[in-house]
Design a protein around this ligand. Structure first.
Ligand code: ASP
Length: 321
């Protein structure tokens, strides 16, 4: 409805190759890699993701037997993260050049769609944080979301200012204990969530795709939209809980439907601000899921949650853990 990319005519700047004319069956079949190396070489993201998932599951199953391969991938991941950091150091220069080139051709009107994009992402994040999460809490546990937000707001602020889910883990654990959640549950779900549960990142990526598709004048079909949903969820799982990585994995989402990645250069300029907001949503999602899980497992002290009893654990207990 917002049409964030409308009015930004980027079709004249780069060619797009959006895959809108494929069928659902075709997309599902294309997800199965017949030659994973070919898919890697062609930047065919869906088969690469499926292949990566399968390898990961098998490595987890075989454990010690495949320790060497496991170490290889772990170290490969470290190398890629380091490379990403180096590339990100050059990002300001790259963004400057991309912005200058784009706005030199599009003129001042180009700024309006960018503002609409920011508004669109913020609206999506607000709906998720203040409508979807509280509703889940009420429907699944009948707990009062206001009581949750009162104690949890400091975690959201910390995530907002640091832009990293990982660095927020200790504070998140502390506040969940203050909400009566057992550490047995939170010490498993919070680090896991900080690594793989990134709703805010997926929302940003969805908006970014719509922004770019409209800027290129492309009408995304149902299949392309389903592909975007699937890849954005996968990309958010693959996003590390540190600043700006969601923007890197956004490449994968663009590639999956053949959108030119030039549009990422435009949104890069304002991504730091959005990263702050989406990280706050990411950590809130982890906490809400943790409360729901511990409620279902009867491992939440409802008196502590409702403020009738003081929490048993202190900050020291948690940091020692
Ligand atoms: N900064 C986000 C987080 O740590 C990840 C991202 O979307 O870039 O949760």
């Amino acid at each position: 409805m917002i049409k964030p990319g409308a009015g930004l005519n980027m079709a004249s700047l780069a060619k797009s190759n959006v895959t809108t004319n494929v069928t659902v069956t075709g997309t599902v079949l294309n997800m199965i890699p017949d030659n994973p190396f070919n898919a890697l070489a062609n930047g065919d993201m869906l088969p690469v993701i499926i292949f990566g998932l399968l390898i990961g599951i098998i490595l987890a199953k075989l454990r010690e037997e495949t320790q060497l391969v496991n170490d290889f991938f772990t170290q490969g991941n470290r190398i890629m993260m380091e490379m990403t950091h180096i590339v990100m150091k050059f990002a300001p220069i790259g963004i400057f050049c991309l912005m200058a080139k784009t706005f030199a051709s599009l003129g001042f009107e180009g700024l309006m769609p960018l503002a609409k994009y920011v508004g669109c992402v913020l609206l999506g994040l607000a709906i998720q944080a203040f409508i979807v999460y509280p509703s889940l809490l009420v429907i699944l546990t009948r707990l009062n979301p206001i009581k949750f937000f009162k104690k949890f707001i400091s975690v959201m602020f910390f995530a907002f200012s640091s832009s990293t889910s990982n660095a927020t883990i200790p504070l998140n654990l502390e506040k969940l204990s203050a909400l009566g959640v057992s550490r047995e549950v939170s010490s498993f779900t919070i680090p896991l969530g900080a690594t793989i549960n990134m709703d805010g990142t997926a929302i940003m990526q969805g908006c970014a795709v719509m922004f770019a598709a409209q800027a290129y004048g492309m009408d995304l079909g149902l299949t392309a939209l389903l592909t975007v949903i699937f890849t954005a969820v996968m990309a958010s799982i693959g996003t590390a809980g540190v600043p700006s990585v969601g923007l890197i994995t956004l490449n994968m989402v663009f590639n999956s439907i053949g959108l030119p990645v030039d549009a990422i250069g435009i949104i890069m300029g304002i991504d730091h601000l959005l990263d702050m907001f989406r990280t706050a949503v990411n950590v809130t999602g982890d906490a809400i899921c943790t409360i729901i899980v511990s409620f279902k497992n009867k491992s939440i002290d409802l008196d502590i949650f409702n403020g009738k009893k003081a929490p048993e654990e202190t900050w020291d207990d948690i940091t020692q853990f």
